[in-house]
Design a protein around this ligand. Structure first.
Ligand code: PGA
Length: 256
């Protein structure tokens, strides 16, 4: 019922020139992908190149790593939803833990960005996740509930499934330390129950919850086999076209 979604979050890596050869290699390796949704999320500077390079591969969707909540104006250095839409961007990451930790993004800002994205028909990939200290203190469910509740406040129930929730335990991002499939599944099931409580069960069942944090070709299949894990947000392992292609193939395998 929920189509799996694999997103490559390049973070601040790869130039637009590198992006072009990436797409070529990636397409050569994966052929056509129909059963899994593929999103490539480069830096803003590479979006036009990617839009062009993936022009013949409509199954590749474009994403952006951030946006500003205002429509336009004196916000030096920011990018608006309209600008992204004009480049055929479909998804936008909101509230990544790096933005929260390094750029002061709060739950309130996340909420404004989610609304702005939805109003512009962009699909937010809203990230939530606990720190190692929060996990060890046993308070991580409370932290996650708060992030979900604040971030999605005011979203009409009929729009919930346009949001992709990304569970990214901070202790697993870029550390090589992945949550085990069982650990991740437990949190995903919990997050779905929070969505059901805040919205309703049908909307919660339709909404995709991605896992992120050291996903690689070697562990993708077992993670993607879990019933509540609807895809992955991949950082480091998505920078190499071969390795992202292997993650796609590992995911396709779980559907057969
Ligand atoms: P990682 O990053 O795959 O390098 O751990 C994931 C993310 O931050 O989205």
């Amino acid at each position: 019922m929920r189509k799996k979604i694999l997103a490559a979050n390049w973070k601040m890596n790869l130039t637009h020139v590198e992006a072009e050869s990436y797409v070529e290699t990636f397409l050569n390796e994966v052929g056509e992908v129909n059963d899994v949704e593929i999103v490539i999320i480069p830096s803003f500077t590479s979006i036009p190149t990617l839009a062009q390079a993936s022009g013949n591969a409509p199954f590749i969707r474009l994403g952006a790593q951030n946006l500003h909540w205002e429509k336009s104006g004196a916000f030096t250095g920011e990018v608006s939803a309209t600008m992204l839409r004009a480049l055929f961007v479909k998804y936008v990451i909101i509230g990544h833990s790096e933005r929260r930790a390094l750029f002061g993004e709060t739950d309130e800002m996340v909420q404004k960005k989610v609304h702005t994205a939805l109003e512009a028909a962009l699909r937010p990939i809203m990230c939530v996740g606990e720190t190692l200290a929060e996990r060890e203190a046993g308070s991580f469910q409370k932290v996650l509930r708060q992030q979900v509740e604040q971030g999605l406040k005011g979203v009409p129930v009929e729009h919930l499934s346009e949001v992709v929730l990304a569970y990214e335990p901070i202790w697993a991002i870029g550390t090589g330390r992945t949550a085990t499939p069982a650990q991740a599944e437990e949190v995903h099931a919990f997050l779905r129950s929070v969505l059901a409580e805040l919205f309703d069960q049908t909307a919660a069942d339709r909404t995709r919850i991605q896992y992120g944090g050291s996903v690689k070709p070697e562990n993708a299949e077992e993670l993607m086999r879990e019933p509540n894990i609807d895809g992955a947000l991949v950082g480091g392992a998505s920078l190499d076209a071969h390795s992202f292609a292997r993650i796609v193939r590992a995911t396709e395998k779980t559907l057969r």
